[in-house]
Design a protein around this ligand. Structure first.
Ligand SMILES: [Zn+2]
Length: 471
């Protein structure tokens, strides 16, 4: 701490002294010089020089700094590392792709896990980025009902009615998850059609006790959204609605207006989106329970992830028996743009890469927004896009997760989670056919001061990522 204050004083002194006094300044582990520093929290957008010591930002200077290691960020944007609060691919494979998309903290908060302590233990050896998990209503239900699905329910985890005994055990497991450090509580009401309003509100009340935010995949369209907002308001539970773009679909304007109206009354409710027109999910999940009523052409808009083939009624029926991942081309580009134009939507990938296959959003969400929608289409400004990727997701979590007060910012004292990119060339490269192409234009990524992406090259031996828990 003493050293930290010393360097703070050093920086204050530097600002008013000529350059030659630099030799007397604190030696930094790493400096990032000449970059255009953009910090959405403070609004700073100027050429600054950043000094990093012991994993923290200790100087943001108008003067060039000297350090053991130097990054020249001339022509590049220096931003807080991106915080993804919706990423299912919590594996080494996904983490590496995400770092190459500028992400420095990745959270799985919608589905979550039933075994929080175990989940953190599995990653304790060190990761390339920071990570965290929610206690998940879906996996808790799957565990209690003995559902055989590997990720989402394919049987009683979604369709089983919970009696009083089961509800008690469910409540106990949800509480235990928070005790073990879960950063939020996750729900996928569309995947658990048998979960009653009573059951749902019982779990919301547990979250309200600790002020953990609940991250919810809604069900029942606009009316379902209203009901969830009313329940959270009644119980005082901080609420986050996942992927407004896919849950809102063609009603995206109304969907976001309902959330905005609740916010205008002072309710704590936030939301997010991913920047793609296609969804991805498990073919055997409750989302597609009505498949037998579909028009023929809807099957052709479904892609079987394993082979890349488009489906027919016949092949859909066959694969639904087996289970597995499907990408649905279900929305228009204009719906994506509408969701992005609304100031409420944070950017979150909703990604899930497994063995090189899946939706391109795991690898490309953040650079896609910055390249396609900021630079090419100018739908939102660069600073506004960064706000939705950094400070907003950090703020979403920080009341319950104190570690997040030092993420998502370029600020003296904040963790040195920093993404340096070229605003002229940043662009997603991952596609539906080739979903693991790393993004272009991301030059450096620092996680707690460690340079895990160096001049565009990933160094997976730099494992400074830490577990983020609620305490
Ligand atoms: Zn999801």
């Amino acid at each position: 701490m003493q050293r930290y204050f010393h360097s703070l004083l050093g920086v204050l002194a530097i600002a008013s002294l000529p350059l030659f006094s630099m030799a007397a300044a604190e030696e930094f582990d790493l400096v990032i010089n000449h970059g255009r520093v953009m910090d959405p929290e403070s609004g700073l957008d100027a050429i600054r020089h950043i000094g990093i010591l012991a994993g923290r930002i200790v100087a943001i200077s108008e003067q060039v700094l000297e350090g053991t290691q130097t990054i020249d960020a001339t022509g590049l944007v220096v931003a807080p590392g991106f915080v993804d609060i919706h990423e299912h691919g919590q594996s080494e494979e996904a983490y590496r792709l995400m770092v190459q998309d500028g992400v420095t903290s990745a959270f799985e908060l919608e589905v979550g896990t039933a075994t929080v302590g175990h989940w953190y233990n599995e990653r304790a050896a060190g990761q390339v980025l920071n990570y965290g998990i929610s206690i998940g209503h879906i996996p808790v239900r799957m565990a209690l009902f003995g559902d055989e699905g590997t990720f989402l329910p394919t049987g009683p985890g979604g369709s089983g009615i919970a009696g009083p005994d089961m509800l008690d055990r469910m409540a106990q497991m949800m509480r235990q998850g928070l005790v073990e450090g879960a950063v939020a509580m996750g729900f996928g009401l569309a995947y658990t059609p048998a979960a009653t309003q009573t059951e749902f509100e019982m779990m919301l009340a547990i979250a309200a006790e600790t002020q953990a935010s609940v991250h919810i995949h809604t069900r029942g369209g606009l009316e379902g959204l209203r009901q969830i907002i009313t329940s959270a308001n009644k119980l005082g539970t901080p609420l986050h609605i996942v992927h407004a773009n896919s849950s809102g679909g063609s009603s995206i304007n109304e969907f976001l207006a309902i959330i905005q109206a609740a916010r205008d009354t002072g309710q704590d409710v936030t939301t997010e989106m991913y920047p793609y027109a296609a969804s991805a999910s498990d073919i055997a999940s409750a989302l597609f329970d009505n498949w037998e009523t579909w028009e023929e052409d809807r099957f052709g808009r479904q892609m079987w992830v394993e082979t890349g083939e488009r489906l027919t009624r016949e092949s859909f029926a066959r694969y639904r028996q087996i289970g597995g991942r499907m990408i649905s081309f279900s929305r228009t580009e204009e719906m994506t743009r509408t969701a992005l134009r609304h100031p409420l939507t944070m950017i979150a990938s909703d990604g899930r890469i497994l063995d090189g296959k899946g939706h391109p959003r795991s690898a490309g969400s953040f650079s896609r927004v910055l390249g396609r929608y900021v630079r090419e289409e100018q739908i939102i400004t660069l600073m506004d896009a960064l706000r939705r990727m950094t400070i907003e997701p950090a703020r979403r979590l920080e009341a319950f997760v104190p570690a997040m007060t030092n993420k998502g910012r370029i600020r003296v004292g904040a963790d040195a989670d920093i993404t340096v990119f070229n605003p002229e060339s940043i662009l997603d490269q991952a596609t539906y056919v080739d979903p693991i192409q790393p993004s272009a234009g991301i030059e450096y990524v620092l996680v707690n001061g460690g340079v895990v992406l160096d001049n565009g090259v990933l160094d997976p031996t730099v494992r400074r990522g830490i577990a983020i828990r609620n305490n």
